[in-house]
Design a protein around this ligand. Structure first.
Ligand SMILES: [Zn+2]
Length: 632
């Protein structure tokens, strides 16, 4: 296959408008008329048709491969079926590229100027009988040889006539089942999901006096699922105001928080420039159940923060002219780590989280990272390069996985605390956020940056040897990394007690997707993480359970002679502290049942932050709401 030569942006902070895919100058023939139909929501099948202007000769088309925000080549090409190319009613032969299954080759015959492309896509985790959460990268082929911003698409969506919808796309017209959106470049289309459904509600979050519109769009499987209380919706109003007070800027024309509240779709969020695709982990219970609302409380602040950190300001290795060129995700500790730190802080400042929830979440993550035995052999930077959202939980503590989120948060806490202490409380992460993300207010042309730009921006706020500090942290291993230094400098310290926080209890009950798992966390005591049915998911490397011979995949049968349950395990750990006797754990392994003797008498251990009296309370300052200006 002929490889396309690329010119990348050589200089940091150069708007990617100057980057081009070689081979073609100017826009691709267009626009492509893309129609996606959902005739029977119960069947979850999307029918795709593209009318693509073409010229005769060889043509190469791509299915989107590297999806921004996924940081990996995970476009669901394996789901595409019924692919057909035709012109003037005649089917055309095609070939998939032998080296890249996302690439298709065909020859456009003489005198043909429009190619018809059709296929079907089973959207089993984004469609229910009552709603759709559509991401356009699943349902379009685009042309090789042109940057995606030079390929214009005119998208249409055909859905039941009684469904309403929300999207950052602008509507051209709606006629019954058919919605025609205005023509946009293909990169904007992929960045602009649509939620639609029978139960839909839009809340205007635009601050008083502002002409820049912000919306919370919600879709669910029932009227009850989208029944948000006034107090809950006030939290999202405050989120918009507090983000403005933090960044002093916006980088969108308008913004839509797109929230899907279903028990039958995938969970989690994906950031976009002018919207976010948020699937409540609590599903239909997010608003009704306080534990779910707490765990989901940071989801929208996180994805909203990405509009600044990730979409507008983007590591240069994560900006690409199309979705085929591989990303270089080395700066994910900024892209994700700082977003966890700032997003969770905005959750607290807006009242979606209490300060206590923020501290409980941080304590939990700090404890998990402090038990990441893999820090001995694997630096944080390596977890960014080998980003993997599908990695198994088994041996996660020794192998590490995607630690740039939670350890990244601890890193940025340490940076913030250092700015505060070195500046004698005059400056903080807020000044960095204002300076780094607040440029070009109103523009949404992406700026790219590299490691040196982060260091330079920090030095402008507070002179320090940031390069050494950051290199030591992201490239170092073991005790070289000052993992808990941010907590220790904040006026608080990490301790373990025999009672879980409300946050950890909720996590064990319902979980929190990719950041924190659902199950029974005994990693900090006997060194095991269990699923609720007693399956061993992870074992702490060289910890008490490891030394006893336990391993992931086994299933607990009994503890000290009593049939296994979460309570029995807890009771046995507590009793062993008093009796000083080892725990006798029976577990099933490949059909055999064995007894394992676990030497541990440290008692139950659950992480918390407690105040260190006499030191300034920087967390109180960090989490307090900031004064809200007018307009913006
Ligand atoms: Zn994120």
């Amino acid at each position: 296959m002929k490889r396309l030569a690329l010119f990348f942006c050589a200089l940091a902070l150069v708007a990617p408008l100057s980057c081009v895919v070689a081979g073609n100058t100017g826009p691709a023939p267009g626009p492509v008329a893309l129609t996606v139909s959902l005739p029977d929501p119960g069947q979850k099948l999307l029918y795709v048709h593209e009318a693509m202007p073409v010229t005769p000769g060889p043509l190469t088309l791509y299915y989107p491969k590297w999806i921004p925000g996924d940081h990996s080549p995970d476009g669901p090409i394996e789901q595409v079926m019924g692919l057909e190319f035709s012109a003037n009613g005649q089917r055309l032969a095609w070939q998939r590229d032998e080296l890249d299954r996302f690439t298709f080759h065909l020859t456009v015959p003489q005198d043909v100027h429009q190619l018809d492309v059709s296929f079907q896509f089973p959207s089993h985790d984004r469609v229910t009988g009552n709603l759709i959460d559509l991401t356009w990268d699943h349902v379009a082929l685009y042309r090789a040889g042109y940057p995606t911003r030079d390929q214009m698409f005119r998208p249409s969506l055909v859905i039941p006539a009684d469904w309403n919808y929300g999207s950052a796309l602008q509507t051209d017209k709606r006629d019954g089942q058919r919605i025609d959106f205005k023509t946009v470049p293909f990169n904007t289309l992929v960045d602009s999901p649509v939620i639609a459904g029978k139960y839909f509600r839009q809340i205007d979050l635009t601050p008083r006096g502002s002409s820049v519109h912000r919306y919370l769009d919600m879709v669910g499987d029932s009227a009850a699922a989208i029944a948000i209380t006034d107090q809950q919706s006030a939290g999202f109003h405050h989120l918009i105001e507090q983000a403005q007070a933090l960044f002093h800027s916006h980088h969108y024309g308008s913004y839509h928080l797109l929230l899907t509240l279903s028990d039958h779709t995938a969970k989690g969020g994906l950031e976009h420039h002018q919207s976010s695709d948020d699937k409540a982990r609590g599903g239909s219970k997010m608003f009704a159940d306080p534990a779910h609302f707490m765990l989901d409380g940071s989801l929208l602040p996180h994805e909203y923060t990405h509009s600044w950190n990730g979409k507008f300001m983007r590591p240069e290795g994560l900006w690409r002219p199309d979705f085929e060129q591989p990303e270089k995700p080395k700066l994910l500790w900024v892209y994700e780590g700082l977003t966890v730190y700032l997003g969770d802080t905005l959750a607290a400042r807006s009242g979606l989280w209490s300060p206590e929830t923020w501290r409980d979440a941080l304590a939990y993550r700090a404890a998990v990272m402090a038990h990441r035995t893999g820090r001995e052999w694997r630096p944080l930077i390596d977890t960014t390069i080998a980003v993997d959202y599908g990695a198994p939980e088994a041996w996660a503590n020794w192998r590490r996985q995607n630690d740039f989120y939670r350890e990244g948060e601890l890193l940025w806490l340490a940076v913030d605390m250092k700015i505060r202490s070195l500046s004698r409380d005059k400056r903080s992460i807020d000044d960095f956020a204002h300076a780094f993300f607040g440029i070009d207010n109103g523009s949404f042309v992406t700026h790219t940056y590299d490691f040196g730009d982060v260091v330079a921006a920090l030095n402008k706020i507070q002179p320090y040897d940031w390069a050494t500090f950051l290199h030591t942290w992201v490239d170092g291993t073991g005790d070289q990394v000052p993992l808990l230094s941010g907590i220790e400098a904040s006026g608080w310290k990490l301790v373990y007690t025999d009672k879980p926080s409300a946050y950890e209890s909720a996590l064990e009950d319902v979980g929190m997707g990719e950041l924190e798992g659902h199950g029974i966390n005994a990693m900090f005591s006997v060194g095991m993480f269990l699923s609720t049915d007693g399956r061993v998911e992870d074992v702490l490397w060289q910890g008490p359970s490891f030394k006893a011979g336990l391993a992931p995949g086994m299933k607990l049968v009994s503890v000290d002679g009593r049939a296994w349950s979460a309570q029995v395990l807890h009771d046995a750990i507590a009793a062993a502290q008093k009796s000083n006797q080892p725990l006798r754990i029976q577990a099933r392994n490949d059909g055999a049942v064995e007894t394992y003797t676990v030497q541990y008498n440290g008692g139950l251990k659950y992480p918390h932050l407690v105040r260190e009296q006499g030191k300034p309370d920087y967390l109180e300052q960090l989490l307090a709401p900031k004064p809200v200006g007018s307009g913006a």
